[in-house]
Design a protein around this ligand. Structure first.
Ligand code: 164
Ligand code: MG
Length: 329
């Protein structure tokens, strides 16, 4: 961004919240975030707690960018089609979890989770296909859990359910490239997520022809305009996804998706449905499989109700302070 806002200004606009989840996701049952009442609109700083300051500072750059200025790119759509996101829930919870997302034609299913077997994944994907019917789209996300052999084996066991793509099946770019070569013939696409948002060089995966599409998230990529530039340079289709943010962070994702020249896939921005409460009066949950584009303001009552305890509030303000210092150089 142009000029970094002063730390005191940022801190004076910060509200730390802890939001309960409907079902555990990434091993947590609450999502902590700092909401920023910025001069251009409400914004969110919510790097996952385990991230170090260097990684978290990119999320702060995105939060300050969104809260302090509008994107330079024009929006080309007002509504973003989204997918339902299915965590590794037991079989008898799938229908209920999907119902939280309303009528989404696409479901992303977490696979390869710790403590789960391929048989568990086959059962979960099969039950989802049964519930969704043949017209629905199913994509998988393994978060880099598999070796190339495991991924090939898993994709071959799961392709009977008609897969749109598999997201980050393996951890590294060379592994993704090798897998992509191996599964090319069965028509399952490979998407890169961590190989973009956590990579030193987010373009390496495109250069290596290791993915058919990119999953992009505004916060880890440093904001809307930086994410747009990355997609333009990569020359691959992109899916905008959330970081399990509150509705304020999701609104940033929607603003990014609204500015992509092409949007061929449903976006992973339906995750307000996984929050048991939210920081805005009207949460950005999917309606008829889509979310609206536009800035949203936090709700004062919700900020009070969801305020983090004094210890966590202090920890987040210190984290924000350290990340601000890194951005200031
Ligand atoms: O893409 C989606 O459907 C929702 C977002 C989502 O899956 C994720 C959000 C936050 C952290 C990640 O572990 C996870 C992902 O890997 O894409
Ligand atoms: Mg992912």
């Amino acid at each position: 961004m142009d000029a970094l806002p002063e730390l005191d200004d940022v801190l004076s606009r910060a509200h730390v919240v802890s939001v309960p989840l409907v079902t555990p996701f990434r091993g947590v049952d609450r999502r902590e975030a700092v909401l920023l009442d910025g001069p251009a609109g409400w914004s969110e700083f919510s790097p996952f707690v385990e991230y170090d300051d260097a990684e978290a500072s990119t999320w702060l750059a995105a939060a300050l960018d969104f809260g302090w200025r509008d994107s330079g790119a024009p929006a080309v759509r007002e509504s973003i089609p989204v997918n339902a996101t299915l965590p590794a829930v037991p079989l008898d919870r799938i229908a209920h979890t999907l119902s939280l997302f309303g009528d989404c034609r696409t479901v992303k299913i977490k696979v390869g989770e710790p403590g789960e077997t391929l048989a568990d994944d086959v059962a979960r994907v099969g039950e989802t296909r049964r519930l969704l019917g043949p017209a629905g789209r199913i994509r998988l996300d393994a978060n880099g859990a598999w070796t190339v052999d495991e991924a090939e084996h898993a994709v071959r066991a799961l392709e009977q359910f008609d897969l749109e793509y598999v997201e980050q099946p393996c951890a590294s770019v060379p592994e993704l490239a090798e897998l992509r070569r191996r599964i090319h013939r069965i028509d399952v696409l490979v998407a890169a997520d961590e190989s973009v948002r956590k990579a030193a060089d987010p373009l390496a995966v495109a250069r290596a022809e290791a993915a058919d599409l990119l999953v992009i998230k505004a916060a880890p990529l440093g904001g809307i305009d930086r994410a747009l530039a990355l997609v333009a340079e990569a020359g691959l289709p992109a899916v905008v996804s959330s970081a399990l943010d509150t509705s304020i962070g999701l609104a940033m994702g929607a603003e990014l998706a609204a500015r992509l020249p092409a949007l061929d896939f449903d976006c992973g921005l339906g995750t307000a449905a996984l929050l048991a409460d939210d920081v805005v009066a009207a949460p950005l949950r999917p309606v008829d499989g889509a979310i609206a584009v536009g800035r949203i303001a936090a709700d004062r009552d919700a900020l009070g109700r969801l305020a983090a305890d004094p210890e966590r509030t202090a920890a987040w303000r210190e984290r924000l302070t350290r990340c601000h210092a890194l951005l200031a150089g």
